[in-house]
Design a protein around this ligand. Sequence first.
Ligand SMILES: Cc1cc2nc3c(=O)[nH]c(=O)nc-3n(C[C@H](O)[C@H](O)[C@H](O)COP(=O)(O)OP(=O)(O)OC[C@H]3O[C@@H](n4cnc5c(N)ncnc54)[C@H](O)[C@@H]3O)c2cc1C
Length: 437
Amino acid sequence: MTDASAPPGATPHHAVIVVGGGQAGLSMSWHLQQRGIDHLVLEKERALHVWETQRWDNFCLVTPNWQCDLPGHPYAGPEPEGFMKKEEILAWLAGFRAKVNPPIREGVEVLKVAPRAEGGYAVATSAGAFTADQVVVCSGGYREPIVPRLAERLPETILQVQSADYRNAGQLPDGAVLVVGSGQSGAQIAEDLHLEGRKVFLAVGHAPRCARFYRGRDVVAWLAEMGYYEMPVERHPLREGVRDNTNHYVTGRDGGRDIDLRRFALEGMELFGALRGFDRGSLVFDTNLGRALDDADGTYNGINAAIDAFIEERGIAAPPPSRYEPVWQPAAERERLDLAEAGIGSIVWCIGFRPDFGWLDVPVFNGAGRPQHRRGVTQQKGVYFLGLPWLNTWGSGRFEAVGRDAGFLAERIAEGLAERLADTGNGVRTTPRGHAA
Ligand SMILES: Cc1cc2nc3c(=O)[nH]c(=O)nc-3n(C[C@H](O)[C@H](O)[C@H](O)COP(=O)(O)OP(=O)(O)OC[C@H]3O[C@@H](n4cnc5c(N)ncnc54)[C@H](O)[C@@H]3O)c2cc1C
């Protein structure tokens, strides 16, 4: 599968090694194949597995189907305005994999990537050593679930699961459930449990929210027309800070709707501020619930106001504007909740994920361990990132723009290989579909 002229037993070499076989890795493979560039994708589990192994049963996309635009495989189903459910996503992705037909080794974990003195990279894996001229990191922005250390102090009788491991209400013991975090996963999991009739306590964080539909269209459709999804990180008011933003909560469930935590409160869900600690049998919360709800609604109304301005400026015919008015207010900020008295039997942690680049031994990180790059291109020759949130635009970490980013990187990779060929006068091999010979 590698250089046919290499002596037996030699370390297999590829022009490009792609680490990770999710949608980013496979998009990269598609574009490398278009250019006939030899490469190998290394995936520690199964290609695209996260959509099966790390999503709950009732999961459906938050982004509309028309935004599912993987290279060579745009959504072509009957409901472009709809939101695919888990099984539909898996079927669509299986079609993508079949189309890409990547040169991939599954069940192979990359343990270390380090520069070689003679140029290129040494890639140590669970299946032995490889070398590569260039490496594309597609290992995902949502790898390691974040769980606070206070989790270790909670009673052993409480079942704790992370959002990636949550499947359905039936998996949790009887009794009330505490959901910690109100980002996209937390808000949707709290809703899932609430709809199943479970008593839910929700620790509300600082996530913003947005409307699903406004003035006759999906808010995403308005934002697309307003050019928001074309805006690169350099033009965003927060610049690179936007990469740390929590996603807006809203859902695609049942054809799409808002998630209004205040309405849930009216229906019996108990809302608290952010979880701060655990003390003598009680959970301790920040007294910031009112502020968190107001801020989320402020973002909701702010986005709608921007849509109003756009409609007015363009003279677009649309249903009249409206403003969200709170349907519920917390009577008082509650700081403590006795775990036993509340009957809480389980906790679902939904406070996010962090990437895991511990295996990448190259100088591309800042002091806080974040990769430094421009549109995925690092200052370390031959090392690229793909698939991270806001790598370049809003859609970089989503189905919407990962393909576009992969196309951009494929150009840079081709240039890099040409340079390396000029430097060394050898080494770059391509085959018709880019599969290693
Ligand atoms: C709960 C949730 C909901 C989302 N909803 C949407 C949505 O509605 N619409 C949308 O467009 N996007 C959504 N996203 C965002 C995005 O589409 C997904 O996070 C997607 O999985 C990112 O794809 P990826 O290929 O970049 O990373 P991943 O899918 O995480 O793939 C990375 C791959 O790399 C492998 N890997 C990691 N480390 C190594 C290693 N050392 N060696 C070998 N292999 C390795 C992993 O096993 C994995 O298969 C959602 C994300 C989450 C978490």
